[in-house]
Design a protein around this ligand. Structure first.
Ligand code: PGA
Length: 264
């Protein structure tokens, strides 16, 4: 595990976008696992800037998103399909048939979960998976108590996640109650994981991730076992973590370290 410390949200976003851009530039084919939510928005903005400035071709880039709400059509303004269009896809030219999200509007959700796992396998797995973290330690929509053995599956969102996501909707009643999400086992199979966290509200979850016991009560703790995890967090998100822990885990002060990871 490597922990990259940022001053604030903007610096976290710059470091994350540099890592994603590096993965795009240095690989002949790359499969990016992408995430939605408030955390990666500026990362995507900066990635778009880098891609445009360098005129980087994206014909070799494939994207597979973590999750999608159940019951929303892909063009619904609250769907994660729309989020990805607005924050990333419409600004750059990844071939449309190379961008993938779960279909939450399908009539057979179980077949969709199976299709999604097969889709990931048919791409040879995910090279670099971007993740946020919930205040309760969820990753994707894998809420506390989710088995570490799960593949892509349907989840009932917890009241705390519904409340946290209500900020993107006109009212809390509009927030879907279910989602399709990559499972924890699916996420753990990614070759490299890039987890982002910003702000005091994530401090307890980040402390658990870095210092806590590995337990299904805090899904993110399983990431301690991942062979190539990069945590990019700002000082507020790291405010509950002991300095000793950071030293032990391999705190890194600049981005150059990632040239030695999967994407060298
Ligand atoms: P956020 O969500 O980026 O909107 O804080 C992260 C998550 O719930 O995984």
């Amino acid at each position: 595990m490597k922990v990259l410390i940022a001053e604030d949200y903007n610096e976290m976003s710059k470091k994350a976008s540099d890592i994603l851009f590096h993965a795009i530039v240095t690989n002949k084919k790359v499969v990016l696992g992408l995430a939605t939510g408030g955390t990666p928005i500026t990362t995507y903005d900066l990635l778009v800037e880098s891609i445009k400035a360098s005129k980087q071709s994206l014909t070799h880039v494939h994207t597979i998103n973590l999750d999608e709400y159940v019951g929303l059509q892909s063009d619904c303004r609250h769907s994660y399909h729309r989020f990805m269009e607005e924050h990333l896809f419409q600004h750059i030219s990844i071939p449309t048939n190379q961008t993938h999200l779960p279909n939450g509007a399908t009539t057979d959700l179980h077949i969709e979960c199976q299709r999604y796992e097969e889709l990931i396998a048919s791409h040879g797995g995910i090279d670099l998976q971007l993740l946020g973290i919930g205040k309760n330690g969820h990753i994707g929509f894998n809420e506390p108590g989710t088995s570490f053995l799960t593949n892509t599956h349907i989840v009932n969102l917890t009241p705390s996640t519904i409340k946290a996501n209500a900020r993107f909707f006109s009212s809390i009643d509009e927030v879907p109650k279910q989602a399709i999400t990559m499972g924890i086992s699916t996420i753990m199979k990614s070759k490299c994981i890039l987890l982002l966290a910003s702000g005091k509200s994530k401090a307890t979850a980040i402390k658990e991730l870095l210092e806590g016991q590995i337990t299904e009560k805090c899904p993110a703790t399983i990431l301690q076992k991942h062979p190539d995890l990069i945590v990019v967090a700002d000082k507020d998100a790291l405010s509950e973590v002991k300095e000793d822990t950071l030293e032990k885990l391999g705190k890194v002060q600049n981005e150059l370290f990632f040239t030695k990871t999967t994407f060298s």
